[in-house]
Design a protein around this ligand. Structure first.
Ligand SMILES: O=C(O)CCC(=O)C(=O)O
Ligand SMILES: [Fe+2]
Length: 192
């Protein structure tokens, strides 16, 4: 993504992100994990385009994905401590209406799950009961809607979250991925 993106936009996303992260981690190194079998590297970020009337991101948290996608995370786990990973994303173009990042008042615990990774509106708790995450349920939540150019870093590993349906005339465009430290905490890795 980085080379094509640089050509299309004249903006070196990787270089900029790398330098921001280096400032944040004070003296520690910042790097992208190596790929499967040590070949190549992970992509540093992915471009997400959500279209009006159809685009949203269903309720999830990073720790849930680690449980659902073990092949991917077992590999990543050899380089980074993925538990409680952070999420980052740059807002390139916000939705005109909707498209907020909703952070639920619900933290990851082992045993939580969903009907499937694609499902929205419900999280099953460790005790087998379910929690309604649909728009008008009583579950507490806060919504953030970053402006174009804002880089948001949040605790997307443990906090259940979603992206609300995009409405209006604009595509919601973000570039993002995940962040976590190596086991010795000397290096911060970012990937998607
Ligand atoms: O808006 C995005 O690009 C993704 C939001 C999200 O789920 C995350 O950053 O973990
Ligand atoms: Fe997320």
């Amino acid at each position: 993504m980085s080379e094509t993106f640089k050509k299309l936009t004249g903006f070196d996303f990787n270089k900029r992100l790398q330098s921001i992260l280096e400032k944040l981690v004070g003296g520690r190194s910042v790097d992208v994990p190596k790929g499967f079998d040590g070949e190549g590297r992970y992509a540093s970020g992915s471009i997400r385009v959500n279209y009006p009337g159809q685009g949203f991101i269903m309720v999830h948290c990073g720790n849930y994905f680690q449980q659902e996608f073990p092949v991917f995370y077992d590999h990543l786990q050899t380089e980074v401590n993925v538990k409680d990973q952070l999420s980052y994303f740059l807002t390139v173009n916000p939705a005109e209406i909707g498209g907020e990042l909703t952070l639920f008042d619900l933290l990851w615990e082992g045993g939580q799950t969903k009907e499937s990774a694609r499902h929205d509106n419900e999280v099953f708790l460790a005790d087998g009961t379910s929690l309604d995450t649909s728009p008008n349920s009583p579950l507490k939540r806060s919504k953030v809607k970053p402006n174009a150019g804002d880089l948001l870093i949040f605790s997307g590993g443990p906090i259940w979250h979603k992206v609300e349906l995009v409405e209006g005339t604009q595509n919601r465009i973000t570039i993002g991925g995940f962040l976590a430290f190596t086991e010795d905490e000397k290096t911060l890795k970012y990937w998607t």
